[in-house]
Write a protein that binds this ligand. Structure first.
Ligand code: G3P
Ligand code: MG
Length: 234
C-alpha cells in the first residue's frame, strides 16, 4: 500500500490542497500530512518550523498568527502553475479529504514546548469534524507526549509510533501508548528489524520511499505500507 506523503509532494506543493487533490486524482486511498500551530493556536497543515522553504513568508510559523499565514503563497516555490496555493488550515484539509474520500495519517509536529497544546488542538478539531462512520485517522508523532494526549482524548483512533530508527525501548513505548503500528525511516530498516516488529503483531510502515524497487524489497520483508512523494505506477 502506498500512502501519499504530505499529500503527493512530488507532483504538487507539499501539504497544500492541490497536493491532496493530486493524490486523489492518482488513485491513492490515503495521505499523510503534518500539523502544527500558528501563534494564535490555529492547527494548520505545514511541515517545517519556519516559512521560507515553501512559502512567500519568513521566520518561525509559531511567531505568526493564522491570518498572516493564510495570506502567504505556498505554491510558487514548487512551480508557477501552483501560484496562489495557500497554507491550509487543518479544518480545510479534513474537509477536503472527506470530500475526496481519502484516508488520513495525521502527523502531529509540534514546536518545542507546545507538544500537548498542539495535540489537544488538532485532535479536538479532528474529533469534531471526522465522522465516526469514516475510516478512523491514524495519529502519529515523533513526540510521545502527543501520542499520550491522543491515547487520552481519542483512544479509539489508531496511534503509530513514529521514529527515524527503531528505538531500543520500542516494545515498552508501543505497549504504554497502545500503539497499533510503527512508522520508520526506510533507510534504517532491514529484514530482521521488520521481522521483529511483525513478531510483536504490529505493522511497520516506511517513509519516504520514492524508488519502486526499494518499495518491493521493503514489501518482501513485510513492510505493510510505504509513504511516497510519487505514485509508483508512473
Ligand atoms: O510521517 C512520516 C513522515 O512524514 C515523517 O517525516 O519529516 O516527512 O514529517 P517528515
Ligand atoms: Mg510527516
Amino acid at each position: 500500500m502506498l500512502i501519499g506523503h504530505r499529500g503527493l509532494a512530488g507532483l504538487a506543493p507539499e501539504n497544500t490542497l492541490a497536493s491532496f487533490r493530486t493524490a486523489a486524482a492518482h488513485g491513492l486511498a490515503m495521505v499523510e500530512f503534518d500539523v502544527r500551530l500558528s501563534r494564535d493556536g490555529v492547527p494548520l497543515v505545514f511541515h517545517d518550523d519556519t516559512l521560507e522553504r515553501t512559502t512567500s513568508g519568513t521566520g518561525p510559523v509559531a511567531e505568526r498568527n493564522w491570518a498572516e499565514i493564510a495570506g502567504l503563497d505556498a505554491g510558487s516555490w514548487f512551480a508557477p502553475a501552483f501560484a496562489g496555493e495557500c497554507v491550509p488550515s487543518l479544518e480545510q484539509v479534513l474537509g477536503l479529504c472527506l470530500d475526496l474520500g481519502l484516508g488520513i495519517n495525521l502527523e502531529i509536529k509540534p514546536d518545542e514546548g507546545r507538544e500537548a497544546e498542539t495535540a489537544e488542538a488538532a485532535l479536538a478539531l479532528a474529533l469534531r469534524l471526522w465522522p465516526e462512520s469514516v475510516s478512523a485517522p491514524v495519529i502519529s508523532s515523533f513526540e510521545t507526549i502527543c501520542l499520550d494526549v491522543a491515547r487520552r482524548v481519542a483512544p479509539h483512533w489508531p496511534r503509530a509510533l513514529l521514529a527515524e530508527a527503531l528505538p531500543d525501548d520500542w516494545r515498552e513505548q508501543a505497549t504504554r501508548l497502545e500503539a497499533s503500528a510503527l512508522h520508520l525511516d526506510h533507510r534504517t530498516l532491514d529484514a530482521d528489524v521488520v521481522t521483529g516488529i511483525m513478531a510483536a503483531g504490529l505493522p511497520a510502515r516506511a517513509y519516504t520511499v520514492n524508488d519502486p524497487a526499494r518499495a518491493r524489497i521493503l514489501g518482501h520483508w513485510g513492510v505493510a505500507a510505504v509513504f511516497a512523494d510519487f505514485p509508483h505506477s508512473s
